[in-house]
Design a protein around this ligand. Structure first.
Ligand SMILES: [Mn+2]
Length: 376
């Protein structure tokens, strides 16, 4: 194909609207190969709900969250509160990639866990930060065990998720934090938003006896934000964050099997996530327990999950420590002769190679770009 013919073709099949195209998270490139990965963020789905003793369906969470992420488009987002754009450069320069999903092993929880741990280890070895889409909450245990250095874990949930291991019953979404606490590299565990009347007294007492910090709604609302985060983790410490969507109030999450009353409002969750991004070094996070089978027609629960991930990720990537690390990586790449290419260069190269990706470069006029901005 000649140059302009190719460009017309690429523009003709570009997906501008959220209902079109193949849904990767924020339309990040779908990558299957970790070798030579330059990306800083790797999205990975763990589509299993075999740890759900009540209603199944959260295995469909990763797919639906990706679909709703497309409503933010592929150019990041603008926040009028501080009059700035988030994630734009990260997407333009393909610093975020989507690795697709872990290969789950139906009826073989240990097999699924092994694949999950192996996938996350690969992401960490490639120097990227994993962003994990659940799945039910059981998946947090095989994700956290993939880290090979000391980390702190901050857990948002209505439930304590600290059931004892009995008769081989240990792979459910009521167990992950007991696994996490037992891992030698987990320096501390803080559990926030814990409030369900179905939490067992013994489970809560066990968590406290193991030295975990359990923050109920009263303390959460009294302290909140930066002051709360300072109580939980040391400044600049590596922190893994696990977000059960049921930490939010029941009224916000119809598509969640374990929704509970008296939960966080979105601003209450948001301010603590942003405080964590600023105060600590977030080295990975997951969002779990979205169940599209139970959701209302608009998919608000999946939308809210995508919204939470996008906003948290936006603030993580905006931190000075993150920008400094990026500069270091770039310099190292230049020194080793493997300098990262800009998206504009990549697009041109791809267009020349005839591989059909939309040739939308930084600051370049693209046919249909005005329409593409309006993706909500
Ligand atoms: Mn949970």
């Amino acid at each position: 194909m000649a140059g302009d013919e190719h460009e017309r073709f690429a523009a003709a099949i570009a997906a501008s609207y959220p209902f079109a195209g193949i849904p990767t998270f924020l339309r990040a490139p779908y990558v299957r190969e970790l070798e030579g990965l330059e990306a800083e963020v790797a999205v990975l789905g763990v589509p299993t709900d075999e740890g759900s003793p009540f209603l199944p369906g959260s295995r469909l969470g990763p797919r639906r969250i990706r679909e709703h992420s497309l409503r933010f488009g592929d150019r990041g987002y603008y926040d009028g509160r501080d009059d700035r754009e988030y994630l734009r450069l990260e997407l333009e320069e393909e610093r975020i990639v989507d690795l697709g999903d872990v290969d789950v092993r139906p009826t073989n929880a240990e097999g699924t866990w092994d694949h999950t741990t192996a996938a996350v280890r690969g992401i960490l070895a490639a120097g990227a930060v994993p962003v994990i889409l659940g799945g039910d909450h059981a998946i947090t245990a095989p994700v956290v065990r993939a880290y090979d250095r000391p980390i702190h874990v901050v857990h948002f949930d209505a439930h304590i998720d600290y059931s004892p291991f009995r008769h081989g019953f240990m792979y459910t979404n009521t167990h992950p934090m007991r696994h996490v606490r037992a891992m030698p590299h987990v320096a501390s565990l803080a559990q926030l938003g814990i409030r369900s009347l179905r939490n067992g007294m013994q489970d809560v007492h066990d968590s406290l006896a193991d030295g975990n910090r359990v923050v109920g709604m009263e303390e959460y609302r009294d302290v909140r934000g930066p002051a709360l985060v300072e109580r939980l983790v040391p400044p600049d410490a590596p922190v893994y964050v696990s977000i059960d969507i049921d930490v939010l109030d029941m009224s916000l999450v119809p598509g969640c099997v374990s929704a509970e009353p008296d939960g966080l409002t979105y601003p209450e969750l948001r301010e603590t996530l942003i405080a964590l991004a600023e105060h600590a070094d977030v080295v990975g996070f997951d969002l779990v327990e979205v169940n599209p089978l139970l959701d209302v027609g608009t998919g608000v629960t999946s939308y809210l999950a995508a919204h939470t991930i996008v906003e948290f990720l936006g603030h993580i990537c905006a931190q000075p420590r993150w920008l400094a690390r990026r500069a270091e990586r770039r310099e190292a790449a230049i020194r080793s002769g493997k300098a990262a290419t800009s998206r504009a260069q990549l697009a041109r190269e791809r267009a020349e190679a005839g591989r059909g990706r939309r040739p939308a470069g930084v600051g370049e006029a693209t046919p249909g770009a005005e329409d593409a901005e309006d993706v909500r």
